[in-house]
Design a binder for this molecule. Structure first.
Ligand SMILES: Nc1ncnc2c1ncn2[C@@H]1O[C@H](COP(=O)(O)OP(=O)(O)OP(=O)(O)O)[C@@H](O)[C@H]1O
Ligand SMILES: [Mg+2]
Length: 266
């Protein structure tokens, strides 16, 4: 993947976080987060454990309300919307939770068809074509009758991705999609995030702990530290960051960006 040019600031982003504050009791987690999510690109959010990454992305889909600040979706603040409008906006989002969260009692086919049955009026033939098409794209052909317990970890991730993307959302949010996977599976999941973004031009927001993954897939990287975005830029810009926190974070985590450099020169 080649580095992309700096964002065109004249174009309004699909999602914009402005001065977001959130506290739980005495704990101030977000202290004024500002972040643009560029349309059709992959933005990776990195930061230490407990720094508030999951809290931040829950605001992007209005699962949490801020104490102060805005999340603008196509220029409209989610927190000024009526509930019915928020539900409408959420249909544009797909969310891939860390645990994958498949329905164990349903086979692969029904897991992927579930969102279609909830949100789309399709006849059986259309539904079948959509589900089988998505399975083929993710190299899962023939797996439709299997149950989640019969799948490998990587297959389960791919089925979860198929389900999260079957409604063709404009924005996909992944909360630590590779945590706990072995290096082969991490590379597979990275490839599938990149392929999904490329094929469907899906705006993608990925939370990651894994620096090699981050540098492999990101168009933009945002570093969350002590409640704020302390650095934002392309992978090349981040590698050259003079910010001490950023340098420590990137270069001392076990999987530094160095091995990723071979694959993703920037
Ligand atoms: N609903 C909640 N009520 C109270 N505290 C919360 C709640 N959700 C998160 N927190 C606290 O906010 C802080 C940030 O949590 P968050 O889950 O966003 O961290 P994170 O950056 O995603 O960490 P990790 O990388 O370990 O997943 C933590 O201290 C957490 O305990
Ligand atoms: Mg988290």
């Amino acid at each position: 993947m080649t580095a992309v040019a700096a964002p065109d600031v004249a174009e309004p982003p699909i999602l914009e976080v402005i001065n977001l504050h959130k506290r739980f009791g005495d704990q101030q987690v977000l202290r004024g987060v500002d972040l643009r999510i560029e349309t059709g690109k992959i933005t990776v959010i990195i930061g230490g454990s407990g720094s508030g990454k999951s809290v931040l992305i829950k605001h992007l889909v209005a699962l949490l309300r801020p104490d102060e600040g805005e999340v603008r979706f196509h220029g409209h603040d989610l927190f000024q919307m009526k509930d019915s409008e928020i539900l409408q906006a959420r249909k544009h989002f797909g969310m891939l939770f860390q645990a994958g969260a498949l329905f164990d009692s349903m086979n692969v086919y029904d897991n992927i068809a579930f969102p279609l049955r909830e949100h789309r009026k399709m006849n059986r033939a259309q539904e079948r074509a959509t589900v089988l098409g998505r399975l083929e794209e993710l190299n899962l052909q023939g797996a439709e009758k299997k149950f989640p317990a019969e799948l490998s970890g990587g297959m389960r991730k791919r089925v979860a991705l198929a389900r999260a993307t079957v409604l063709e959302p404009e924005i996909l949010i992944y909360d630590e999609p590779t945590t706990g996977l072995d290096p082969m599976l991490i590379a597979q999941v990275d490839d599938m995030i990149a392929a999904t973004q490329e094929k469907h031009k899906v705006t993608s927001v990925v939370i990651s702990h894994d620096m090699a993954s981050t540098f492999r897939i990101a168009h933009f990287i945002a570093v969350l530290h002590e409640g704020r975005i302390v650095e934002y830029g392309t992978p090349a810009q981040l590698r050259n960051s003079a910010n001490e926190v950023v340098r420590r974070f990137i270069y001392t985590s076990g999987t530094g960006p160095l091995q990723a450099e071979a694959r993703a020169p920037a």
